[in-house]
Design a protein around this ligand. Structure first.
Ligand code: PMP
Length: 352
C-alpha cells in the first residue's frame, strides 16, 4: 500500500496466477498448459512474420485471424472478436456487456478471475452453488440478474454442462448476456458456437492457450451476435487499438487452419486423461468426470494440501485451492505419458 495509490487501486484485489516455476526439471502439471507443442504451421507462419514487416503496426482488426476462426466454425467473421488472451476478452466482456442494476451470476466454484473483474469494473455479483455432484444446475440461473458467466467445462472441476442445459439458461434469460467461457471445450466437450445464430444473448469465449498450445502467445476470442461483438470492439478500441501483434495474428490464424495437429494432440490428451484417471482410481483416488485437459481428484485418506506439498518436494507440481468446499481436491493438468507416469511414481512412493 502506498500513499500514491488511487482509492481505486487501494481497493483492488488482483487475481493470483498459478506458479510459473523457474526450474525446468519440474514436472509441471499446475496451470493447464498443453504438454504438446503448437502446430508447426503456426510456428512457420510466425517465422515468416519475423522480418521487416515488424516495422509496421499490425492490422487493428486482426481480420486474417477472424477469417480463420470464421472458416473453422463456418460462421461470418463479423461474429468474431479477438484479443490478447481470453483473460483480456473476458475483461472486455465484463466491462461492455454486464449490467449494473442487478447482480452478475456465476457458480460458487469457478474461475477465480470472475470476482476480480467484478471488482475492477464495479459489478455486483452473486454466486450460485454447484449441486452436490459439483455440477452447474441450469434451473438455479432462472432469477433476476445483470448477466451470467460460467466456464464450460467448469474450472477447476472439469465438469461439462450439456448444450441442452445451456439452452435452458439462455431461454430463461433472454434479456441478459450469457457468457460461456469455453477455455477447455476442445477436450471432449461440444461447443455452443452453433447456438449463436439462435440466441442473440449468447457470447462464447475461447482461448488458444490450451487446445492449440499457444499460452505464451496470448490469444483469445469471442463469438456472438454482431451487436455483442461491437460492444467488445468499442471497449477494446478505447483501451488499446492493437490488441494483437503481428506474430500473434499470423500464428493463431495458422493454428486454426491446422486441423490435423489440433485433433491429434487433443485426442492424445483425452486418451492420457482416461488412462491417468484409471491409474489414480487404482491408488484410491476419486475423480470428478472431466471434459478438460485437467482432472479434479481427491483421496479419502490423504490431506490434499499436504499431498501437493509432498509432490512438489518430489518435483511434481499440481494445483490446490483453499476454498473450503474443494480443499480436499487437487487439480492435475494432463501431461505427456511420461509426465503422468512421474506423477504416479511420486504417488506410489507416498503410499509406501
Ligand atoms: N478461462 C478459464 C476458465 C481459464 O481457466 C483460463 C486459464 N487460466 C482462462 C479463461 C484464460 O486463458 P488465457 O488468458 O490464457 O486465454
Amino acid at each position: 500500500m502506498s500513499r500514491f495509490w488511487s482509492p481505486f487501486v487501494k481497493n483492488l484485489v488482483p487475481y493470483v496466477p498459478g506458479e510459473q516455476p523457474k526450474l525446468s526439471r519440474l514436472v509441471k502439471l499446475n496451470t493447464n498448459e498443453n504438454p504438446y507443442g503448437p502446430s508447426p504451421l503456426a510456428l512457420a507462419a510466425m517465422q515468416a512474420e519475423l522480418g521487416d514487416s515488424l516495422r509496421l503496426y499490425p492490422d487493428p482488426n486482426g481480420e486474417h485471424l477472424k477469417q480463420a476462426v470464421a472458416d473453422y466454425y463456418s460462421i461470418q467473421p463479423d461474429r468474431v472478436f479477438v484479443g490478447n488472451g481470453s483473460d483480456e476478452v473476458l475483461a472486455h466482456a465484463f466491462q461492455g456487456l454486464f449490467q449494473h442494476d442487478k447482480p452478475l451470476l456465476f457458480p460458487d466454484i469457478t474461475y477465480s478471475f470472475y470476482p476480480v473483474y467484478c471488482g475492477l469494473y464495479g459489478i455486483s455479483f452473486e454466486t450460485v452453488a454447484l449441486d452436490e455432484n459439483f455440477q452447474i444446475r441450469a434451473e438455479d440461473y432462472a432469477r433476476p440478474n445483470g448477466g451470467i458467466v460460467f466456464p464450460n467445462p467448469n474450472a477447476p472441476t472439469g465438469c461439462l454442462l450439456p448444450l441442452v442445459a445451456i439452452e435452458r439458461i439462455l431461454q430463461a434469460n433472454p434479456d441478459s448476456v450469457v457468457l460461456v467461457d469455453e477455455a477447455y471445450i476442445d477436450f471432449g466437450g461440444e461447443t455452443a458456437v452453433g447456438l449463436v445464430d439462435r440466441y442473440p444473448n449468447l457470447l462464447v469465449c475461447q482461448t488458444l492457450s490450451k487446445s492449440r498450445s499457444l499460452a505464451g502467445l496470448r490469444v483469445g476470442l469471442a463469438i456472438g451476435h454482431p451487436e455483442l461483438i461491437e460492444a467488445l470492439e468499442r471497449v477494446k478500441n478505447s483501451f488499446n487499438s492493437y490488441p494483437l501483434d503481428r506474430l500473434a495474428i499470423a500464428g493463431a490464424a495458422a493454428a486454426f487452419a491446422d486441423r490435423e495437429h489440433f485433433s491429434r494432440t487433443c485426442n492424445a490428451v483425452i486418451d492420457s486423461r482416461e488412462r491417468l484417471v484409471a491409474a489414480l482410481q487404482v491408488l484410491g483416488f476419486e475423480a470428478l468426470p472431466s471434459a478438460a485437459n485437467f482432472i479434479f481428484v481427491r483421496h479419502p485418506a490423504w490431506d490434499a494440501a499436504q499431498l501437493a506439498a509432498t509432490l512438489r518436494e518430489q518435483g511434481v507440481i499440481v494445483r490446490h485451492f483453499k476454498h473450503p468446499r474443494i480443499e480436499q481436491f487437487l487439480r492435475i493438468t494432463i501431461g505427456t505419458p511420461e509426465q503422468n507416469q512421474a506423477l504416479l511414481d511420486a504417488l506410489a512412493g507416498q503410499q509406501g
